[in-house]
Design a protein around this ligand. Structure first.
Ligand code: GLN
Length: 198
């Protein structure tokens, strides 16, 4: 399995390092040829409007949207969660997303005073023990559609969700040196989804 990391803006290098630590084949994705060569995609944190804008400039926006719609496994962290959401609240004017996850996400939901914070989370699926989660101007999930599983919450707001092929977290696992979230995506989301397609 080859995993791409969308490398237009944001902390894509840290995601590449986390995925390498999980033992998978990783490539940065900026061009359509690179996108065509990957089985799964990670969308990093950064600025969701900038990433969407650059994806249009690099002429890969529609193809990413189509691949996700046809079942390519993807993981989005923070801005990446926003980009995977079908609906956004407090969006910038005309803000577009790749979509695919039937969720409503509120941008910058945790407010100004707590722009950034850390919290030890229980992650419901996959591994025992607490997970140190870093939130940076993070969104939360305000509503989930059918078929969406909530995996972690902060103050009763979902901050980790998944469908059959898509996974999203409000927080940044690539910054903690704990690779369990990336391993979860590889082993519990991407591999099973790809097996079904073949
Ligand atoms: N607030 C940013 C946005 O809306 C996301 C922040 C992040 O990815 N750390 O895109």
């Amino acid at each position: 399995m080859k995993v791409g990391v969308l490398a237009l803006q944001g902390d894509f290098r840290e995601h590449i390092n986390s995925l390498i630590a999980c033992g998978v084949d990783v490539v940065p994705v900026r061009r359509i040829q690179e996108l065509n060569g990957v089985d799964a995609l990670v969308i990093p944190g950064g600025e969701s409007t900038t990433i969407a804008h650059l994806a249009q400039t690099f002429e890969i926006f529609d193809e990413i949207r189509n691949r996700i719609a046809s079942g390519m496994p993807a993981y989005g962290s923070c801005a990446g969660m926003i980009l995977l959401a079908d609906h956004i609240l407090d969006a910038a004017k005309d803000q577009k997303t790749f979509g695919g996850l039937d969720i409503v996400v509120r941008r910058n939901a945790f407010g100004r005073q707590v722009d950034s914070f850390e919290e030890d989370l229980e992650f419901k699926d996959g591994f025992p023990g607490l997970l140190k989660a870093v939130f940076i101007r993070a969104p939360w999930v305000e509503k989930v559609g059918e078929g969406i599983e909530v995996l972690a919450t902060v103050k009763s707001h979902p901050v980790a969700v998944r469908s059959k092929t898509l996974f999203a977290t409000s927080f940044h696992p690539e910054l903690t040196g704990d690779h369990r979230i990336h391993q979860y995506f590889v082993d519990q989301v991407a591999r099973p989804a790809l097996k079904k397609v073949q």
